[in-house]
Design a protein around this ligand. Sequence first.
Ligand code: F0G
Length: 446
Amino acid sequence: MVGYKSKLVEQIRLPSRAQRERALEEAGYNVFNLPSDDVFVDLLTDSGTGAMSDEQWAALIRGDESYAGSRSFEELESAVEEVMGFERVVPAHQGRGAENVLYGTLVSEGDVVPNNTHFDTTRAHIANQGAEPVDCPVDDATDPDAEGPFKGNFSIERARAVVDEYGAERVPVVVQTITNNSTAGQPVSVENTRRVREFADEIGATFVIDACRFAENAYFVTQREAEFSDVSVAAVAREQLPLADALVMSGKKDALSNAGGFVATDDERLYERCKQRAILYEGFPTYGGMAGRDVAAMAVGLREAVDEAYVADRVEQIQELASMLESVGVPMYTPAGGHAVYLDAGALFSHLDPEQFPGQALVCELYREGGVRGVELGRFAFPGTDRPELVRLAVPRRMYHREHLEHVAETAAAVLERREEVSGLEIVSEPEMEEIRHFTATLEPI
Ligand code: F0G
């Protein structure tokens, strides 16, 4: 059993309905354009938005801002070794900085990179190298109603088909993302990671784990994988992560920090190459684009993330939100993910055509109804695909309480009540790069 008491508070307010209407209109029906002061419960992302612990704040004060040889970096190295099992660390300003360092080193033009499901920034960095990112999810990954303990797994069969098509020499890297953010935050079993290890060996590829949410994944493993039912979360992480040749990490997720990221490896040559690229893009390899104090706070957060009581509380809070939403009849992807609940807007607004962006309509209605901010992950964010029309409600770590979750469930129930009245949206303006249009495009109701 774990709980939190407040040492510092931040007031939040729910703007009046008229203010919310106006804010939504001024934002062009795109919640990325809303000022955060106008948001009551912010479930846009779990990335860098959580509350740091008193120990992390203490570490901030003690952070060493030396350009080279920072003590805070040594603390990070020792935390990464202890928690994740890798000896060499190249820090970066956040996860995508680490992706640039690692994939810029490993991937070349014409390559093909399989991943259980690429997260947006991963996909973009692979594509930026002139390579092709290929998703290899398991069959039931995109079925919101299929029950399954590890719907985030990597499909070896699909990856093998990729290798058969392109040839092993064009597949230098295989990536496994745990948990699988783009597949509704679903976990990956240790057994599946072992199989990816074997597969990478078979084709002579480097095996990379995107470890952003490794602790949440390890918690699911202790709950759902028989071999690990009596094993601690920390021990699962130490078993699963070192199966890879390298990790790419965003400290903004399971290192419980507001900033930061890193690459970790035991491969001396890869480490040296990453270090050189990091100097170009991130900074000297003992700070990597972060302030020394942020490096120090990340080192503390990494250890806290595998604390059994913390991580159980974390994942169970998401499950609590899911069961509140289920009890009011809101359709959603099952089972709930480790960091978020994904609402099924296609089922909720079955009267709307996918071209009318039912997911974005739901995002707008949640804000209009209760000042709740989520994010669309359907056809608005992923144009030209036939992904399910999901809306992600990502819960920041250690920040909200039961009353906030109840507010979210009541808000969703009120939207459900008047679903027939909700109209779709059309795009008014969008940027040139279609892949990132959801961040800045503006829309209006049809
Ligand atoms: N990999 C995964 C699986 C992620 O979820 C993210 C970020 C990144 C890499 C990039 O890390 O943001 O530190 O540069 N996901 C956030 C989200 C933005 O909202 O899911 P970053």
